[in-house]
Design a protein around this ligand. Structure first.
Ligand SMILES: NC(=O)c1ccc[n+]([C@@H]2O[C@H](COP(=O)([O-])OP(=O)(O)OC[C@H]3O[C@@H](n4cnc5c(N)ncnc54)[C@H](O)[C@@H]3O)[C@@H](O)[C@H]2O)c1
Length: 246
């Protein structure tokens, strides 16, 4: 049995993780921590892995405290920067602990990103449409940006130049934002949770890759996989795809 602590345990994601870990046959929850609870070797209660779904302002300090407590960490909280990644990487390597930070734990979204990068070298045109609930405060989504970056990198490596686009005027920005040259469009619609559509086109053909997340439950297989796979690693790993043998 893998002994798991959850930080941010009272939150929407944290409480879903507590239930998923409780239901997993190979794991048990040994510590529930939330705002106001100190993270110490004692409070993690012998956990091997901690899962952090707290808030962007505290997640890095939680991770440092968990490393100091001798626990490997799986992080879903957003708000990470290159600098905070570097600090955690250094600390985890020095301590011989492992940290996995995944901006997106939804298996469909992670695979869609991978498939999009695989397909990108074979298509002349590519665009990304991300669609979310109207409560989302940032646009475009981090996943859409990462998807476009991955495709742009694959296109460059394959020697593609600019995509065909005769647009000369676009006063309203209707062609979307550009991420490394790839147009990214954001839709905010009541009723949606999180969806992404990747359009790839050649003369006479189109490939559409689409992923829909209907519920927080969609993140749980990825979180549980992260818990299983973080054990035995050292240092910082960014992205669920890194532990998915893709
Ligand atoms: N990676 C992914 O796939 C993914 C998916 C969904 C959400 N998220 C991210 O997960 C985070 C949490 O989302 P949510 O909807 O559950 O938020 P939430 O506000 O419901 O929960 C956050 C919880 O963290 C707790 N908290 C605050 N300070 C804390 C501290 N110092 N230590 C421990 N806990 C503390 C809060 O009390 C709260 O219970 C957000 O950053 C969100 O963007 C990531």
């Amino acid at each position: 049995m893998i002994r798991v602590a959850v930080t941010g345990a009272k939150g929407r994601m944290g409480s879903t993780v507590v239930q998923a870990v409780t239901d997993a046959p190979d794991m048990e929850v040994v510590a529930l921590l939330d705002a106001g609870d100190a993270i110490t070797a004692q409070s993690v209660n012998g956990a091997q892995v901690a899962v952090d779904f707290s808030v962007p302002t505290v997640t890095e300090s939680n991770v440092h405290a968990l490393i100091d407590a001798g626990v490997d960490v799986v992080v879903g909280t957003t708000g990470w920067t290159e600098e905070s990644y570097a600090r955690v990487s250094e600390h985890a390597c020095r301590a011989g602990q492992a940290v996995l930070i995944a901006p997106n734990f939804a298996m469909g979204a992670v695979l869609a990103m991978k498939f999009a990068a695989m397909a990108a070298p074979y298509f002349e045109s590519a665009e990304v449409i991300e669609m979310h609930h109207p409560g989302k405060v940032d646009a475009p989504s981090g996943t859409a940006v990462a998807t476009a970056r991955g495709m742009a990198q694959a296109r460059r490596a394959a020697g593609w130049g600019d995509m065909p686009d005769a647009t000369q005027t676009d006063e309203l920005g209707a062609r979307g934002g550009r991420v490394d040259g790839i147009p990214v469009h954001a839709v905010r619609l009541r009723g949606l949770t999180a969806s992404e559509e990747i359009l790839l086109g050649n003369e006479g053909e189109q490939l559409v890759i689409r992923t829909d997340s209907f519920d927080r439950a969609s993140f749980m297989p990825g979180v549980l996989l992260g818990v299983r796979r973080v054990i035995g690693r050292t240092g910082l790993t960014i992205g669920l795809d890194e532990v998915m043998d893709l």
